[in-house]
Write a protein that binds this ligand. Structure first.
Ligand code: FE2
Length: 195
């Protein structure tokens, strides 16, 4: 039996899900427990719910997977500030201390929060997936298709904003991507923000 706990946190709509032997057996958003709309905090309640539904403790999970790679994302943010300097210095000065504290040390933050749920949890079980790969997997694996073309269009993840992948059985390969700053999702966001 292989069981995997998936976590999304620290951005918007934090959530957890559990996969046991390839099937999704539980999934929940943190806001359902805290009653805070779009709650972005670490999803302790959602994780406990997923574990309880499966009669598992955290130490019994085989892997805990975080939905994106914080270091790659940090690299994009730094390079963007460098490319737009000195105009961007003010927002740089505000954002970077926050990034260093919260994002760059996200792995430690994850470990600490998980150990609070179960102090015997081993941090070697934590893995990081790429943002668009996570989106593609969540669309393809629960679908009825053995083979499919997968399209993801987002604001931005680490670098990718749009990807095309081919899914075959249990394998997904990204074959094309559009990278930041070119982003249909961010254009959409800019307009809705303006409105
Ligand atoms: Fe996304």
């Amino acid at each position: 039996m292989t069981n995997i706990l998936g976590i999304s946190a620290f951005y918007h709509d934090s959530a957890a899900s559990m996969i046991v032997n390839g099937d999704i057996t539980a999934a929940a958003q943190e806001e359902r427990f805290t009653r805070i709309k779009h709650d972005a905090n670490f999803p302790t309640n959602a994780i406990k719910y997923c574990l309880n539904e499966n009669n598992l403790s955290l130490r019994e999970t085989d892997y805990v997977v975080f939905y994106e790679k914080p270091f790659l994302k940090f690299e994009r943010i730094l390079e963007t500030y460098v490319a737009t300097a000195p105009k961007s210095f003010r927002s740089f000065a505000v954002a970077i201390p926050l990034w260093i504290r919260e994002k760059l040390f996200q792995k430690n933050l994850l470990i600490n929060q998980l150990k609070e749920i179960d102090n015997k949890f081993s941090s070697r079980k934590i893995m990081f997936s790429e943002h668009h790969f996570s989106h593609a997997a969540s669309a393809f694996y629960p679908s009825p298709f053995e083979e499919a073309i997968i399209l993801t269009i987002d604001g931005v993840g680490e670098w990718a904003t749009t990807t095309v992948s081919i899914g075959k059985k249990n394998d997904i390969k990204i074959i094309k991507e559009i990278n930041f700053p070119h982003s249909l999702g961010l254009l959409y966001s800019a307009f809705t923000y303006y409105l």
